[in-house]
Design a binder for this molecule. Structure first.
Ligand code: GLY
Length: 422
């Protein structure tokens, strides 16, 4: 099978490494990729937001399957262009990708499917902002304001704060730039990312993971695209995963089928496990980053076969997934000043070691690997348990040098110390 992966992050690097383990996969391409993915796959230039360009490349490389990593091409309809050209594609249609592209659409689907999620309100007129903040803030019994950009914002459009002025300033800035704002009630409880391969009403869950969105240890500082993740979750009973699949993901998948927006691809449920059960924080229409780097490190089933089954409507007969024992931890190394404007162009030492996945990297003309984005590398450690996986990841980080870079030191720590309970 010839597989072309679209994207350039550590998630795509992880997808490529897992695809390479599948004996059915005999050719791998990536577009546009990064300095690390070129060691795994043939690297191709591409405007990933252009359906015709992606179709032309898929034809040129004779791809049997195209796997779309990021949300932007999905929301723009690149999967539709591929399917219209008769090319198998892992990734939802433009219509179905609204589950991520429009939080208002996602809320509507969840309400119709009877799925538990935070109460919410869209504000699109600055004149209504103060009254809406009063309805959603701590005076109404909430621990904090949750203010989101209604559209795509790469994880950075969300502010969760107990400071009304900060909540108001974020909402006002979004409205000023023409973006509707979603105000939500705060969901208390540990968060879970559950990735499910979905084709219509068929749902195949992957291992649950937890990611770390704040930039600093102990969840300090601003939100980022994700600073680390671990899997599985020792504190989450298997029955809760079954409950999430049966009471949340399957009803949402069925609702999307019934409204003619059938989902085919990776449906990512971001949840809070509250005192009254799992509740949805958000849905995404693609693999999450950085959880994918940890989850795929433990996948034993052939990834190419799994993604092809979803893309060709045969997922129901794929069977249960097989997983390696133990745990996996990924820690993101970010450039100086991330999540603000990151410093780029610094030489990275140690970036080619096994277990180091590339995101914002590029190869300079002299062959050196240099930083080229905010989240630069994802380091993955595996082991018999979370302690061992953490130790492996942080040992590997010790061998990497990137001036000015930073990373969290507490990825998976609370779980390893038994400090998370339901
Ligand atoms: N892990 C957060 C995201 O992928 O959006």
């Amino acid at each position: 099978m010839r597989v072309l992966v679209i994207g350039s992050g550590a998630r795509e690097h992880a997808l490529l490494l897992a695809l390479r383990r599948d004996p059915q996969v005999d050719w791998l391409g990536v577009a546009p990729g990064n300095a690390g993915t070129s060691a795994v796959a043939e690297q191709c230039d591409l405007d990933i937001t252009s359906g015709p360009a992606v179709v032309a490349l898929a034809r040129k490389v004779d791809a049997d399957l195209v796997v779309i990593g990021p949300e932007v091409p999905l929301v723009l309809g690149v999967a539709d262009a591929l399917r219209a050209a008769g090319i198998a594609c892992f990734g939802p249609s433009k219509d179905a990708a609204r589950i991520e592209g429009s939080k208002a659409f996602a809320k509507d689907v969840m309400t119709a499917a009877g799925v538990r999620t935070a109460a919410s309100e869209i504000v699109d007129n600055p004149a209504n902002l103060d009254a809406a903040l009063d309805r959603f803030g701590p005076p109404a019994g909430q621990a904090a304001w949750v203010v989101k950009d209604d559209g795509l914002a790469a994880g950075k459009g969300v502010v969760v704060t107990a400071d009304r002025d900060a909540a108001r300033a974020h909402a006002a800035a979004l409205l000023d730039s023409g973006h509707p704002v979603l105000l939500e009630s705060f969901l208390d409880g540990p968060e879970v990312s559950l990735f499910c391969v979905v084709d219509g009403e068929t749902v195949v869950p992957l291992l649950p993971a937890q990611d770390f969105k704040r930039v600093g240890d102990n969840d300090s500082g601003p939100n980022t695209g994700g600073m680390g993740a671990y899997t599985p979750l020792p504190w989450l009973p298997a029955e809760v995963v079954t409950q999430i699949v049966d009471e949340i993901v399957k009803p949402v998948a069925a609702e999307m089928v019934s409204r003619g927006s059938s989902f085919s691809g990776l449906l990512y449920a971001g949840l809070a496990i509250t005192s009254t059960g799992p509740s949805v924080v958000e849905f995404n229409c693609r693999f999450g980053d950085p959880e994918t780097q940890a989850v795929l490190a433990l996948l034993d089933s052939p990834l190419g076969g799994l993604l092809q089954a979803a893309a060709t409507g045969t997922l129901a007969s794929f069977g249960d997934l097989q997983w390696r024992d133990g745990a996996a931890v990924t820690v993101v190394i970010a450039a100086e000043n991330y999540p603000g404007r990151p410093r780029t162009g610094d030489v990275i030492v140690g970036a080619e070691a096994p277990g180091v996945l590339h995101a914002g990297t590029a190869r300079r003309e002299d062959g050196a690997v240099v930083s080229a984005g905010g989240r630069v590398l994802s380091v993955v450690g595996t082991g018999d348990d979370l302690d061992a996986a953490r130790a492996a990841a942080y040992q590997l980080i010790g061998s990497i040098k990137l001036p000015g870079s930073h990373f969290r030191t507490d990825i998976g720590l609370a779980a390893a110390e038994g400090r998370i309970s339901l």
